[in-house]
Design a protein around this ligand. Structure first.
Ligand code: BGC
Length: 271
């Protein structure tokens, strides 16, 4: 099936049509600058502009740089704080007037890599780390995703890991690739200690410079770079939408206050 995948980032909103059978882009990739300030309403409007450029009417998958639990954003590390508690799936679905399934951006990139990229034939524990403005993570066990792991926020060297070794930390602290690579190796070493993955897949902007820091990576776990590069987030978002849509699951458009939603979940857990 052909679906529209979108990757929402701090600087650009990118989308393309994706063939869910092959994981290939089947249209050009369109990018629109993320509006500033990137409030929910402004981003939703820009998303509509992007979607309208495609001759497409069907479900849309959308990667988003925050924890997205049942369609609601709960964190905002590198995005406008007004996203916290926003019903993202409801907002996007209503704005673009098409079912819009939203998931964490690193989870989306991981889905693409595990299905069609560097993690393709890997069983066991696959860990994707995206290195950009933030540090994103995705964990798969035998191909199944554990969503919203947020491992860019573990504490490392008395700091939040993404403040210590994201790509923006490298730029802000004017670190050479070698110096930054040593920091990043400490991060992988901690993840290895905690999760014992079978493979690390590196994605995001900094992964394109792997050659410049790979001699600093000494963890025993094999480390490879993503093969879908810029398109991984788009492809994974489309695959996610395809999967839920095929199961007859609709995006979360219920008009509930986010706090009520949390209570509902707690009650369910007790029952
Ligand atoms: C966010 C994650 C996101 C990552 C990459 C982090 O700051 O907390 O949700 O996946 O950045 O965009």
């Amino acid at each position: 099936m052909i679906l529209l995948g979108v990757d929402i980032g701090g600087s650009g909103i990118k989308g393309a049509l994706v063939d869910s059978e092959t994981g290939e882009l089947v249209s050009e990739r369109i990018r629109i600058e993320t509006p500033q300030p990137a409030t929910p309403e402004a981003v939703a409007k820009t998303l509509k502009q992007l979607v309208d450029q495609f001759d497409y009417d069907g479900p849309v998958g959308c990667g988003f740089p925050a924890t997205v639990h049942h369609g609601i954003a709960f964190t905002a590390a590198n995005i406008d704080k007004t996203w916290i508690n926003t019903q993202v799936e409801k907002l996007f679905t209503e704005t673009i007037n098409k079912p819009c399934y939203v998931l964490n951006d690193a989870d989306a990139a991981g889905i693409a890599e595990v299905k069609f990229g560097a993690g393709k034939n890997n069983h066991g524990v696959v860990m994707m780390v995206t290195i950009g403005t933030g540090l994103g993570s995705a964990i798969f066990v035998n191909g199944s995703l554990l969503p919203n792991t947020e491992l860019g926020h573990i504490i490392l060297e008395n700091d939040i890991a993404e403040h210590y070794c994201s790509d923006s930390a490298r730029q802000q602290n004017d670190l050479s690739w070698g110096k930054w690579g040593k920091r990043f190796n400490k991060y992988l070493d901690r993840l290895q200690f905690l999760f014992n993955p079978d493979i690390f897949i590196l994605g995001g902007g900094a992964s394109k410079n792997f050659e410049k820091f790979k001699d600093k990576i000494t963890v025993r776990t094999p480390v490879v770079t993503a093969t879908k590069l810029n398109a991984a987030g788009i492809i994974g978002a489309a695959l996610y939408a395809n999967d839920l849509n095929a199961q007859g699951i609709k995006p979360n458009t219920l008009s509930v206050e986010p706090n009520e939603h949390i209570e509902t979940d707690k009650c369910k857990a007790k029952a």
